[in-house]
Write a protein that binds this ligand. Structure first.
Ligand code: NAP
Ligand code: GLV
Length: 309
């Protein structure tokens, strides 16, 4: 089997030894040296240019190099009959759990306020509420959101999540669908965005959402930049409706050097690192999916293009 590789962000680099080790039987061809395009049956991609996938006439499987697939679904020319499989990797899930718990604990323990106090040489003992009185709300209770919810429950937080379908997760209050959105927001002090970017979720972190949170709530966006209405966040921070924001993903990446977020005293910027793909661990999941393709089996992490995730 021949696997074509394309990444808009990085070269083959660490992928090559990882993929060769995980699946020595597969021939790897990195763009632009793809040889005879008719021989290619599978493609492993990150942000392929529009039309790149359509040029592979015998493609049978599209594999995402990341958990999200928005970077593939935005290609209007992508071959609609070819299944798309996202990356589910326990290493990536652990990374997201570490990032989210770290950022929640920072906000919960008032670290941003102590940082500002230190800058001003102010000695003032601010006391956070106990974790059980801090209400965390997670947008998306899928692979990543559910794992983060479990870790936050273990730390003693009052955790709820919002998803399309209701969930039964230990000690996590489940809110499902549009009808439950307001009630979910009304009980959320720290909002964590871990939903996929789809037509239904674009701009979800905007004024209408911020206004429904308790005054002084904080926001962590580790989903996609397209979830955030940037001007609405700046306005909500200026009014005090939102106290702090932690942003890992942005509409334009890299975040432009002159962007207002960089110097904002109440925004923490991280450069899309909440859960980076690790080629070594990802290669195992990719190899398993290529073996399923060879065996004619279905793919457990196949996405639904109509739903967008
Ligand atoms: P997932 O397993 O597919 O879970 C998605 C969750 O979002 C599901 O619970 C789903 O509800 C919910 N959802 C989707 N559309 C919704 C809607 N319209 N209303 C309410 N809930 C909705 O995805 P995942 O693996 O957890 O990844 C989530 C996202 O994280 C990715 O798409 C990617 O954008 C982002 N991500 C970011 C980084 C980073 O480094 N910053 C790394 C990896 C991933 P149901 O369960 O009811 O279907
Ligand atoms: C990263 O953002 C991913 O989707 O894996």
């Amino acid at each position: 089997m021949i696997l074509a590789f394309y990444s808009a962000n990085r070269g083959l680099g660490a992928w090559e030894p990882a993929l060769r080790q995980a699946m020595p039987e597969v021939e790897l061809r990195a763009a632009p040296d793809l040889g005879d395009l008719e021989e290619i049956e599978a493609a492993l991609v990150w942000r392929p240019p529009p039309g790149w996938l359509a040029a592979l006439p015998n493609l049978k499987l599209i594999l995402s190099q990341g958990a999200g697939v928005d970077h593939i679904l935005t290609d209007p020319l992508r071959p609609r009959h070819v299944p798309i499989v996202r990356l589910v990797d326990p290493y990536m899930t652990r990374s997201m759990v570490e990032y989210v718990t770290f950022q929640v604990l920072r906000l919960h323990l008032k670290e941003p306020e102590f940082r500002r106090q230190q800058q001003d040489h102010v000695w003032r003992q601010l006391v956070p509420p106990s974790a059980r009185d801090r209400r965390i709300g997670i947008l998306g209770l899928g692979e990543l959101g559910a794992a983060c919810a479990a870790a936050l429950v273990a730390l003693g937080f009052d955790v709820a999540g919002w998803s399309r379908s209701p969930k039964q997760l230990p000690c996590v209050t489940s809110f499902a669908g549009e009808a439950a959105f307001d009630a979910f927001l009304a009980r959320t002090d720290i909002l964590v965005c871990l939903i996929p970017l789809t037509a239904a979720t674009r701009g979800i972190l905007g004024r209408a959402t911020f206004d429904r949170l308790p005054r002084g709530a904080s926001v962590i966006n580790a989903g996609r930049g397209g979830h955030l209405a940037e001007a609405d966040l700046l306005a909500a921070l200026a009014s005090g409706q939102i106290a702090e924001a932690v942003l890992d993903v942005f509409e334009t990446e890299p975040l432009p050097a002159d962007h207002a977020f960089w110097d904002h005293p109440r925004i923490v910027v991280t450069p899309h690192v909440a859960a980076l793909t690790n080629p070594v661990t990802a290669a195992e999941a990719i190899a398993a999916n290529l073996r399923r393709l060879a065996a004619g089996e279905d793919f457990p992490d196949r996405i639904d293009p109509d739903a967008g995730y």
